[in-house]
Design a binder for this molecule. Sequence first.
Ligand SMILES: CC(=O)[C@@H](O)[C@H](O)COP(=O)(O)O
Ligand SMILES: NCC(=O)COP(=O)(O)O
Length: 237
Amino acid sequence: MTKLSVNINKIATLRNSRGGNMPNLIQFAKDAQRFGAEGITIHPRPDERHIRYQDAYDLLPEIYTEYNIEGNPIDKFVDLVINVKPTQVTLVPDSVDAITSNAGWDTIKHKDFLVEVIKEFKQNNIRTSIFVDPDLKQVEGAKATGTDRIELYTEAFAHQYGLGNASAVKPYKKCAELAYNIDLGINAGHDLSLDNIEFFKNNIPNLLEVSIGHALISESLYLGIENVINMYLRKLE
Ligand SMILES: CC(=O)[C@@H](O)[C@H](O)COP(=O)(O)O
Ligand SMILES: NCC(=O)COP(=O)(O)O
């Protein structure tokens, strides 16, 4: 069984576009869980263009499923995560001005940094995951950092699958097999959607969790959020 964590960045984007509190991010997180979401993901960025740092605190008492905070572990982010103490922190190497996440970690080059920051999160009883491209060397490198899990960066799969190239899942499958054999938990995310999730899940052994935002919120505009969450849950069974 693969858990569905709903990424609510886009709800914050919509809210911020008018400066008020519509839609209400906290209420949305509560409703998403009531409709069946098994986790809530946020990705506060340094410019706070969608999720604000304060949102991370305000959400805490309302999340009774898994709380996953993603981001680049700059000092401000590390302090936030250690104060909030979510279930999981997912480390993403995105630059300050990135439109969205666009690469996994070089776990070999940044090993010392990752070892240090992961140790700090684990001392605070926060599960760690690091965002990686589907590359066996990077998965091995991830293991050496001490992280509990990896999150496979699925943009390339989603893009190729959309073009009809289903074989794009192969490197992900190999990485998942390696990760399982070396005792790394496996999450995945980025550009997963109702169109590609079932195929991805069926091809990736031991997939623990997917975090989905952009497509899930877009699909909900037509199909409704309660319906869409349940459509994902059925595909992830
Ligand atoms: C880590 C990742 O894969 C991203 O998808 C991210 O969480 C989405 O961030 P934005 O909503 O800022 O594009
Ligand atoms: N970690 C990926 C995530 O949270 C959502 O990514 P996307 O579905 O918005 O591309």
